[in-house]
Ligand binder design. Structure first.
Ligand SMILES: Nc1ncnc2c1ncn2[C@@H]1O[C@H](COP(=O)(O)OP(=O)(O)OP(=O)(O)O)[C@@H](O)[C@H]1O
Ligand SMILES: [Mg+2]
Length: 588
C-alpha cells in the first residue's frame, strides 16, 4: 500500500524530503538552546567566583537569539514544505484515482459502489493527507528530538538522565497499552463511516423516491441510528485516549519531583551545578512532550492506514478491457456478427448470462430485440461496443473482431442510448454535444427533429439554452429519452442501439421517431430493444431473446408463424389472434 501511494508523489518528492530535513534542523537548534541557558547560569551568573560575567551573558544571549531565529525559520520552512507535500500528494492521489476510474470497464465499475468511490476520493484522501503531513513533520522530528535530548542529558549528568530513561520506558509502555485499545475502537469507527456515507448518499440521491413513499421519518431514524453508532464508538475510543493526559502528567511531575530531589542532592554535594539542573529540566519537558507526540502520530497512522488501503485498491485496479497492440481505427460498415458467443458477468464463476449466440446482421438493417425482463437483451447489445468482453466466441463489427479495434474508434461508431440514461447539468446544447463536441447548432436541431425533441425544446422559454439539472430532473421521462436519442444521433454512428429508449414515449411519437430515423439514416444499422411489439414489428428482422438464448430470429410475419413466444407477446399486446387477423407493420 505504501509503495502504491508513494508512487503518486510525483514532483512533491522534494518537499517530502525537505520537510523532515528542516524539522530535524529545528530540533538541533532547539536542543542547543537549553544547553546555552545552563551555561549562562553556570558561567555568566555563578561564574567568576559568584561575581558573574556580564559579557558572557550578553554573548550567550546573542547566540541564543540567533539559535531561536534559526530554529523558527527551520520550523516555518518545515511546516511550509510539509503542507506543500501533503496537499500535493492529496491532489495527485485524487487526480490519479479519477483518471484510473475513467479507464474502468463496466465490470470494474460493478466491483466498486458509487458511494464507496466518492468516499475514497474525498474523506479517505483527506485522512491520508493529514496523516502524511503529520508523518513528515513529526515522525522524524519527535524521535530525533527525543534521542538528541536524551543524549545531551546523559552528557550533562548520566545519573539524572537515567531517571529520564526510566520515565520514557514507563510512559512508552503505558501509551502502547492505551493505543492498543484505542486503535481497536477507531478502526471500527471508520468501518461505520463507510456505512453512514453509503446511507446518506443513497438517500440523498433517491430523495424523490423517499418522498414519494413518505419514508422521510424512517430514513431520518436510520440516519440517527448510523450517526449514533459512530458517536458511541467515538466516545468509547476517546474514553481510552483521555488516559493519555493523566498518564503523561503523572510521569512528567513524577520525573520532575525525582529530578528536583536527586538534582538538589547532587547540587548540594557539588556533583552538579544549578545551570545544568535547569538544562535537565528543559530536556525533561522536551523528551516527554515528544513521546506524547509520537503516541498521537501512532493513532493518526492507524486511522489513516485503513484509508490508504482503500485508496490503493482503486489505484491498483486495472481495467479489464485493453486496447490491442496495433488497433484498427476504421469501422468499415455497420454489419454485426455474433459467433458462438457466451458471456457471464463474473468471469469463471457463475451461470452464463448469454449462451451460444450466433447472429449475422447486415449493415443498414433495422433489428428489433424483444424478450422478457432479464432475458439478457441489454447484455447482448453491450457486447457490440465492447462495454464487456465475451467469455467465449467472438463479436465482429464491420467484419473485424471488436477486440481488434481501438476502443474509442469503435465506440464512436457504435452509439448507444443506454437503458439507464442520464443527462448532465448544463444547457440542452451542452448535453447534446456530449455526442459530438463539434456539432453546430443546426446539426443539434436536426438531430432533435429526428428524435421528436425539437418541438418540446422550443416550447421552453429558453429553448435550446434551457438548463438541465443534474440527472435531468427538470425534464419528463419521455423528454429525457428523446434528448438522449438526439445525443446519440449526433455522433453519426454506423450502428445505433436503442435500449428500451422509447419506453416513456407515447406510441404515436415512438412510431414517428422510427419513421424519421428510417428515412434520415438508412445506412445505419439500428438495434431497437423494446417491450412493445409495435416498436419492433416493422423492423427488418427481430431477435426473440429467452433466458440468454436466441429463441427466434426473423421478420415479423415469419416469427408470428414460427415462434410461439413472439406470437404470445403479440396476441397479449394487441388482443388479436394472429392466425386470423391480417398483420400489418406500423402502429397498433
Ligand atoms: N452488471 C451486472 N452484473 C451482474 N449481473 C448482471 C448485471 N447486469 C445484468 N445482470 C444479470 O444478467 C441477466 C440479464 O440482464 P439484462 O440486463 O441483460 O436483461 P434485459 O433483458 O436487458 O432485462 P430488461 O428488459 O429488464 O432490461 C439478469 O439476470 C441480470 O440479473
Ligand atoms: Mg435491459
Amino acid at each position: 500500500m505504501l509503495i502504491t501511494l508513494s508512487k503518486h508523489l510525483g514532483k512533491y518528492r522534494l518537499p517530502s524530503v525537505l520537510t523532515p530535513f528542516f524539522m530535524v534542523l529545528e530540533v538541533i537548534f532547539e536542543t542547543i538552546i537549553p544547553l546555552c541557558m545552563g551555561w549562562i547560569v553556570k558561567y555568566g551568573i555563578e561564574g567568576n567566583d559568584g561575581a558573574g560575567d556580564m559579557d558572557y551573558i550578553l554573548k550567550m544571549g546573542g547566540i541564543m537569539t540567533v539559535l531561536v531565529i534559526l530554529s523558527l525559520i527551520s520550523g516555518i520552512l518545515g511546516a511550509a514544505f510539509g503542507s506543500v507535500a501533503s496537499c500535493g500528494l492529496a491532489k495527485n492521489l485524487r487526480k490519479d484515482m479519477y483518471a484510473n476510474i475513467q479507464t474502468f470497464s463496466f465490470s470494474n465499475i460493478d466491483r466498486f459502489s458509487t458511494a464507496g468511490l466518492i468516499t475514497r476520493l474525498t474523506t479517505d484522501v483527506t485522512n491520508v493527507q493529514n496523516a502524511y503531513q503529520m508523518l513528515l513533520r513529526m515522525a522524524f522530528r519527535a524521535p530525533v528530538s527525543m534521542i538528541f535530548a536524551l543524549f545531551m542529558s546523559f552528557m550533562v549528568s548520566y545519573k539524572i538522565a537515567t531517571i529520564y530513561l526510566a520515565a520514557v520506558i514507563f510512559l512508552g509502555i503505558g501509551l502502547s497499552i492505551i493505543m492498543m485499545y484505542a486503535r481497536k475502537y477507531f478502526s471500527q469507527v471508520f468501518e461505520k463511516y463507510d456505512d453512514l456515507n453509503e446511507t446518506i448518499q443513497e438517500n440523498v440521491n433517491a430523495i424523490r423516491v423517499v418522498k414519494a413513499f413518505v419514508r422521510e421519518d424512517y430514513e431520518s431514524e436510520e440516519l440517527k441510528k448510523a450517526a449514533g453508532n459512530i458517536y458511541k464508538m467515538f466516545v468509547k475510543a476517546e474514553n481510552v485516549v483521555i488516559w493519555n493526559a493523566p498518564l503523561m502528567q503523572f510521569t512528567m511531575f513524577g520525573t520532575m519531583l525525582l529530578i528536583a530531589w536527586f538534582g538538589a542532592h547532587l547540587v548540594v554535594s557539588q556533583e552538579l551545578d544549578t545551570g545544568s539542573l535547569l538544562t535537565l529540566f528543559t530536556y525533561c519537558l522536551n523528551i516527554l512532550g515528544n513521546l506524547m507526540m509520537l503516541s498521537f502520530i501512532f493513532v493518526m497512522l492507524t486511522l489513516s492506514a485503513a484509508s490508504g488501503k482503500r485508496i490503493a485498491e482503486v489505484l491498483d485496479e486495472k481495467t479489464e478491457l485493453k486496447n490491442p497492440e496495433n488497433p484498427e481505427y476504421e469501422v468499415k460498415d455497420g454489419s454485426v456478427e455474433f459467433k458462438n458467443v457466451s458471456f457471464s458477468y463474473s468471469k469463471g464463476a457463475g451461470k452464463n448470462v448469454l449462451n451460444n449466440i450466433n447472429l449475422k446482421i447486415n449493415s443498414g438493417e433495422t433489428i428489433g430485440i424483444i424478450g422478457g425482463t432479464g432475458s439478457a437483451k441489454t447484455s447482448l447489445v453491450n457486447l457490440i461496443n465492447r462495454l464487456y468482453d465475451v467469455n467465449e466466441g467472438e463479436v465482429k463489427v464491420g467484419g473485424i473482431n471488436v477486440k481488434d479495434y481501438d476502443m474509442e474508434a469503435l465506440r464512436n461508431q457504435v452509439s448507444v442510448v443506454l437503458q439507464k440514461n442520464v443527462l448532465f447539468s448544463g444547457t440542452i446544447y451542452d448535453n447534446l454535444r456530449w455526442g459530438n463536441p463539434d456539432a453546430t447548432e443546426g446539426e443539434c436541431m436536426e438531430a432533435c427533429k429526428l428524435a421528436c425533441a425539437h418541438d418540446f425544446i422550443c416550447s421552453f422559454p429558453e429553448g435550446y439554452l434551457t438548463k438541465i439539472e443534474q440527472g435531468g430532473t427538470n425534464v419528463s421521462g419521455g423528454q429525457k429519452q428523446r434528448l438522449c436519442i438526439a445525443r446519440a444521433l449526433l455522433k453519426k454512428p454506423k450502428i445505433i442501439i436503442f435500449d428500451d429508449s422509447t419506453s416513456a414515449v407515447d406510441t404515436a411519437t415512438d412510431a414517428k421517431i422510427r419513421k424519421s430515423l428510417k428515412e434520415a439514416i438508412p445506412g445505419t444499422t439500428k438495434f431497437i430493444i423494446a417491450q412493445r411489439i409495435s416498436s419492433v414489428q416493422d423492423a427488418d428482422r427481430i431477435i426473440v431473446m429467452e433466458e440468454g438464448e436466441v429463441n427466434g430470429f426473423g421478420t415479423h410475419d415469419e416469427l408470428l408463424k414460427t415462434n410461439a413466444i413472439y406470437r404470445e407477446v403479440f396476441e397479449s399486446q394487441t388482443g388479436s389472434n394472429a392466425d386470423f387477423d391480417e398483420v400489418k407493420g406500423g402502429e397498433i
